[in-house]
Write a protein that binds this ligand. Structure first.
Ligand code: BTN
Length: 237
C-alpha cells in the first residue's frame, strides 16, 4: 500500500524546501508536503537559483523513512522515477522522458524537472520543481516544459500524479530495497557502454557508462580504469 501525503498549499513562499525544513524541525510527520504556486527564493543544487514563477509545480516532501543515513541518496533515484512517470503520463505517447545521473529528468535532451534532497536530523526533504508552463532561460543548459511538448496538465493534476507515483515507488523501496529502483532507473538512462563525460571538482573524465553501484554511485570505465563517482555533471559525448 502507498503512503499517504498531507499537502499544505501556499500561494507564495520563499522556498518549499526551507518551509519543509522548518516543519521538520517542529516535528511534522512523515508524509507532510509543502506545495507553493510560486517561490521567491527557490533553490537548486550547488546553490543555484531555481526559477519559480507561477505555472510550474514546486513542492517538498518531508519523509521519516527510518532507514539508515547511507541509504538516503537512493531516494533521489526513486524521486526521478516518479517524476519521469508523471511526465510520461502527461505527454503525448511518442514522447519518453529520459533520466540523467544523478536525478535529472530530460525530454528531448532538455531539463524539465529538478530534484533537491536535503537531510534535517532524521527527516529527509525532497524538493521537486517540475516545469509545466514556464521554462527558465539563461541557466546554461536547455530547458523545456510539459506544455511545450504538447502535454496537457494543470499544476495540481501534475502534483497528484506525482504523489501517487512517488508513493508507489517509496512503498516498493521500503519492501524490496534499492535494486528494483536502480533497474528501473537504468532502463530509462543512457545505454550501458555509452560514451559520457562527467564534470566534477573542476576536472572532466570521459569513459563508457557501466551502470550504478549498489548505492547509486556512477560507474565509468576510463583508460585509467574503472571509476566510481558520487558527484558530478554528466553529458553524452
Ligand atoms: C536542481 O538544481 O536541479 C534542483 C532544483 C530543485 C527545485 C525545487 S522547487 C521545490 C523545492 N524548493 C526549492 O527551493 N527547491 C526545490
Amino acid at each position: 500500500m502507498s503512503d499517504t501525503f498531507t499537502v499544505w498549499h501556499h500561494d507564495t513562499i520563499g522556498s518549499t524546501n526551507d518551509e519543509a525544513r522548518r516543519q521538520a524541525a517542529a516535528g511534522a510527520p512523515h508524509g507532510t508536503v509543502i506545495h507553493a504556486d510560486e517561490q521567491t527564493s527557490g533553490r537548486g543544487r550547488r546553490s543555484h537559483v531555481w526559477f519559480s514563477p507561477p505555472g510550474n509545480l514546486y513542492m517538498s516532501l518531508l519523509l521519516r523513512t527510518g532507514q539508515p543515513a547511507h541509504r538516503i541518496t537512493e531516494l533521489s533515484f526513486l524521486t526521478a522515477l516518479a517524476v519521469a512517470d508523471t511526465v510520461e503520463a502527461l505527454m503525448p505517447v511518442n514522447i519518453k522522458p529520459m533520466l540523467k545521473w544523478p536525478n535529472d529528468v530530460l525530454v528531448n535532451g532538455a531539463k524539465i524537472a529538478g530534484i533537491l534532497l536535503e537531510q534535517v536530523d532524521d527527516a529527509t526533504i525532497i524538493g521537486i520543481g517540475l516545469n509545466v508552463l514556464e521554462a527558465p532561460t539563461g541557466s546554461g543548459y536547455r530547458t523545456t516544459t510539459i506544455v511545450a511538448n504538447g502535454g496537457i496538465a494543470s499544476v495540481d493534476g501534475a502534483r497528484d500524479i506525482l504523489l501517487d507515483r512517488f508513493g508507489h515507488h517509496l512503498a516498493a523501496w521500503q519492501q524490496c530495497g534499492f535494486a528494483p529502483i536502480r533497474d528501473q532507473w537504468l532502463a530509462r538512462t543512457y545505454p550501458i557502454g555509452a560514451a559520457i563525460r562527467v564534470n566534477g571538482n573542476g576536472a572532466a573524465m570521459v569513459g563508457s557508462f557501466v551502470g550504478l553501484d549498489d548505492d547509486g554511485a556512477l560507474l565509468l570505465d576510463t583508460p585509467q580504469g574503472r571509476q566510481r563517482l558520487i558527484a558530478g555533471e554528466v553529458a553524452r559525448v
